[in-house]
Design a protein around this ligand. Structure first.
Ligand code: 2PG
Ligand code: MG
Length: 431
């Protein structure tokens, strides 16, 4: 092990997959090793998330990050110099205290998460191990079940349809590599169907096909046909997973479905999703209700939690305390894990561990604004999350992460099994 004392921290502005500025951090250790990470950015964000620091003004639509980069090069670099990069918890505590706000509004969640992840990379590099192995510390880990978008909607497609992510999961695959093979065929089949219907209009923010549909149900019907046309049994081999991202169109118990030009209350929303669960091979639903609808989450999970994974994203914002409360209230049975919602690696890990302690499914996830950074692929394997969500099966900011897990799977060979059906609630296997 070389010297793991932090010698320098450097920030710079780089660009994300939407062509927007974001923060990259380098952490250089005295022993010569270093780590690098880039902050991602969400579009459908929960109000409880760590917030990015953006400059405002006219440049780049107000989204520039020069102040956040300056924070990395100034205050953050000064506070971390001389600390041991292996002490992730201690360093994250310094970042929290230095910022002084609840949500990293002062230094910027983007500045903090890039730094925190870069520290982790530097420590792993100094240990001479790949990041996933440094994190697993000799424990047995699984290769995660991927959740892959076929159609993008909601805030990632100018609200062309209400539902944000129409995804597939391949729990019957025997390996991550095979799950990707199957998904590639489904994606191709979906593209062919869109072309035949004269609806091929490019892709949404995460690389899923642009949802030129007349209804949310047309998207679901098309997805089932794509699974069949690719040669798979819907639900038994390739199943559907949805991110409703209901906070985007629901508030105070009123859900405005723009596409269908109608409003539903919480019970109506639950009934609609229940009909979809009856009619379609859906194994997982994320944010079925809005972040302010705690009763709705409880009612939905009571009604459908035994036959479907119910994931909290905006509702839980990668916060261990919220995960524990949701477990007590039986509001969900799974948690999405996004490092930049928490702001630090330690906070992200705590939310994941709280989920595991509650018996929840845990899904490490990318954001809609991404880069070539593949840190989350290592977190998903090294922390044994069981599931991994990255967006679609096109565009390199997505493929970089799928490809990284392929490499890890090859390296692990017989050491690790593929999570498969075991990652989902037993009752989800019903088709
Ligand atoms: C989500 C993510 C990824 P965003 O809602 O789960 O699909 O989107 O990064 O825009 O929050
Ligand atoms: Mg979501």
């Amino acid at each position: 092990m070389t010297d793991t004392t932090i010698a320098a921290v450097r920030g710079r502005r780089v660009w994300d997959s939407r062509g927007r500025p974001t923060v990259e951090a380098d952490v250089i250790l005295k022993g010569g090793r270093s780590g690098r990470a880039i902050a991602p950015a969400g579009a459908s964000t929960g109000t409880g998330e760590a917030v990015d620091k953006r400059d405002g003004g006219t440049a780049f639509g107000g989204l520039d990050v020069t102040a956040a980069v300056a924070a990395v090069n100034g205050e953050i670099a000064a506070a971390l110099a001389g600390r041991d990069a292996r002490d992730q918890a201690g360093i994250d505590a310094v970042l929290i205290a230095l910022d002084g706000t609840e949500n990293f509004a002062r230094l910027g969640g983007n500045a903090v998460v890039a730094t925190s992840m870069a520290v982790l990379h530097a420590a792993a590099a100094a240990s001479g191990q790949p990041l996933w192995r440094y994190l697993s510390q000799g424990r047995k880990v699984r290769i995660p079940l991927p959740e892959i978008q076929i159609f993008g909607g909601g805030a990632h497609a100018a609200r062309r349809v209400d539902v944000q992510d129409f995804m597939v999961m391949c729990p019957a695959a025997t390996s991550f590599a095979q799950a990707l093979d199957w998904t590639a065929e489904v994606y191709r089949a979906a593209g062919t169907l869109m072309k035949q219907a004269g609806k091929l209009q490019g892709v949404a923010d995460e690389g899923g096909f642009w949802p030129a549909f007349a209804s949310n149900e047309e998207a679901l019907d098309t997805l089932v046909r794509a699974i069949e046309n690719a040669g798979f049994k819907p639900g038994a081999e390739v199943a559907i997973s949805l991110d409703i991202a209901a906070s985007e169109f629901g508030r105070d118990g009123v859900y405005k479905l723009a596409l269908e030009q109608r409003e539903l209350d919480s019970a109506g929303m639950i009934a609609l999703l229940g009909r979809w669960l009856d009619a379609y091979p859906i194994v997982s639903i994320e944010d079925p209700l809005a972040e302010d609808d705690r009763q709705g989450f409880q009612d939905f999970t009571a009604a459908y939690g035994s036959r479907c994974q119910v994931i909290g994203d905006d509702y839980l914002v990668t916060n261990a305390g919220r995960v524990e409360a949701a477990a007590r209230e039986k509001a969900l049975n799974a948690v999405l894990i996004k490092p930049n919602q928490s702001g630090t690696v330690s906070g992200t890990r705590a939310a994941l561990e709280a989920g595991k302690a509650a018996g929840f499914g845990t899904i490490v996830s990318a954001r809609s604004g991404e880069t070539e950074d593949v840190t989350i692929a290592h977190l998903a394997v090294g922390w044994d999350s069981g599931q991994f969500k990255v967006g679609s099966f096109t565009r390199s900011e997505r493929m970089a992460k799928w490809n990284e897990v392929l490499r890890i799977e090859e390296e692990l060979a017989d050491e690790a099994g593929f999570a498969g059906w075991a990652a989902l609630p037993a009752g989800a296997r019903r088709w």
